[in-house]
Design a protein around this ligand. Sequence first.
Ligand SMILES: [Zn+2]
Length: 403
Amino acid sequence: MISIDRPSRTADLGDVRVANRAAVLRHVRLHAPCSRADVAARTGLNKATVSSLVGELIEHGLLRETGLTENRVGRPATMLVLDGSRYVGLGLRIGADELVVVAVDVAGERVLTWRRAFAAATAGPDETVAALAALARRAINRVTGTGRTVLGLTVGVPGPVDADGVVPAAPVLGWRGVPLAAALRRALRDPGFPIGVDTDANLAVSAELRHGPYAGTADLVHLTGGPTAGVVSGGRLLRGGRGFAGEIGHLPVLPDGPACGCGRRGCLAALVGVDAVVRRLLPDALQDGPVTDHLPEIERIQALARAGNDPVRTGLTEVGRQLGRAVCVLVDLLDPEVVVLGGHLAALAPWLLPAVRAELADRTLAPPPVVRVEASTLGSEASALGGATAALATVEAGHLPAA
Ligand SMILES: [Zn+2]
């Protein structure tokens, strides 16, 4: 028997109002500029309810009237858009060799994008949190200086994250059991808005779902060549039972392949990860010790590939084939519409994609049309952008800002 703890009628009505607010915001986000009558017609809410909700959302700085009107029979209708002038979400990303911060307003516009070269793996967790907090503080000062309020902050890390914002293991950073959310909250002296932490792949695929050419694709996978794939299935982020879904970096791709950090051989990460690609295509890059800043090396690979350098082109085709094998597994398992390559894979996509697509055409069992594999257009700030968007989730879910 199920015990029923019946919520009060007031709570029920409150929940309905929150859900209706979310429906109005979502409609305006997807169809702006639109009139109150459009919102009512398309959401199924009655006109009086829409009027009341819109009034409240305008008052709280989430919607605004454009001043434009739509010509229709009867009274001209005032058009509505999302109001980006009051609130922003902040997204940060800890990469192996850089920190990134992005601020996005409620209307989905990017307010700022800053990056700072930073070797997190050598610095260690404490110094990384201090550097991250310093970058966040500067961004907060900048956006509050324009009269806006920060509603939340979400950090992307290259590894799984538990529900308390602890990073159990991020080999790319050399981290184990780092309570990142709590440490950052302390470093920012409890800033009065929620601080979240998520796997960067989850944030990157959320960014693709909202921004750029694949926005709105309900079945979408984002691969950065890091340990995790970001997966959106049926329009929702796939997290799995403990939040660790999508860990495909150690998928065995080549039985006798190069040694992987996990102790096995031929894992996907050991073949197509940024370190592996640089080591394979630029053997001289490691002469002066481990590479801590990968961007110049990836740019060198691009230049050599463009110049028609044979070993580099052959190497990239080989990387593309191995990546393609992993993509085949994902496609058979998840049946996505689009697989997006991010990070260094996006930078090298012109030379990787033909081999990835050929491998897919040869191996997948799904009937045509074969899944699209495309390069991300969001750059290495995709997960920070997704973090900023995630930081606005509470408001988008229909809760009014406290400020
Ligand atoms: Zn491995």
